[in-house]
Design a protein. Structure first.
Length: 105
């Protein structure tokens, strides 16, 4: 099996509908519309899924992106700006990072 197949094997990304509130530091309570679980995924997958969510969601909706890839975590806030969206917060937890993006500025 090639190294590339081994890299992607078992790395499934899930997108789920969410209807829950979260408390974000410096922002307050926000309603999360979707959750994108990219744990175990490497670049550019989290970035591509961020672009997909911004395209699919309604103006003002918030989604949560879970990632354990430091490079992805560093690039998502600037990608949100390019997509005319707002990076609300990045929160570190035991699994990795939770990145919150609101569609629109």
């Amino acid at each position: 099996m090639s190294w590339l197949k081994r890299l992607w094997q078992g790395r499934k990304v899930s997108i789920t509908q969410e209807a829950r509130e979260v408390e974000l530091p410096g922002v307050g309570r926000v309603q999360v519309a979707r959750r994108v679980d990219c744990l175990g995924a490497v670049c550019p997958r989290p970035q591509l899924l961020t672009m997909q969510m911004v395209e699919e969601l309604a103006e003002g909706d918030v989604f949560e992106l879970l990632s354990d890839n430091p490079t992805s975590v560093e690039t998502i806030p600037s990608l949100a700006m390019v997509l005319c969206s707002t990076h609300l917060a990045t929160v570190r937890d035991e699994q990795g990072w939770r990145i919150y993006i609101r569609k629109g500025l």
